[in-house]
Write a protein that binds this ligand. Sequence first.
Ligand code: AMP
Length: 217
Amino acid sequence: MRVAFLGPPGAGKGTQARELAQEWDVPHVATGEMLREAAAVGTPLGREAKGYMDRGALVPDDVIIRMIADRLRRSDARKGFLLDGFPRTIAQAEGLERLLKDLGQPLERVVYFDVSEPELLRRLTGRRVCRACQTAFHLVSAPPKTPGVCDRCGGELYQREDDSEATVRNRLGVYARQTAPLLDWYRGRGLLVTVPGEGPIADIRRGVREAARGTAA
Ligand code: AMP
């Protein structure tokens, strides 16, 4: 299984990717999580990335492509991978295509999560994330059993710095300008499958499962 999840911030890519990567027994490669970890630890990469992330801008393509190349060359990615939040620009998609050609492991499917903009805003501004296991909750529609505490691992829930309303609007604009062109790019290569990203999480998961295995449209 070699799949990428594509869609705007708040579309539910991470929520579905965490479960499905386990189910498919492939590494969940989430560039946003990798960058947040690097920023929290304070590595040179993390320090460079943080300024872009805090404003809701994209980290430069060459930095991201290098990070992904290192990750996908690791042995656990030989059995497949689930890319979440990458690629986000045409240049990244081209870099990925070259890398996977070198590795002899072409991408099999790109699953696009289709969610309306008002719903994205609602999800992102109410989102709370576990610091330890990254599970996402929503203050209103998916609250944890105990406020501020992760149901899954007991970790502390926090609001991502880039989930404030002003930064969310910026991220949605960046998505529309820089990432949405990838839909046509992958459609043209026969890899794109669209999945409705609204409704119960379990129904969406079923759709994603079928899309990842089924035929591209
Ligand atoms: P995410 O967790 O996917 O919403 O990503 C959070 C932030 O990390 C983004 O707003 C970007 O600043 C940065 N980021 C994550 N993935 C990428 C990528 N593929 N290219 C550039 N920047 C990225």
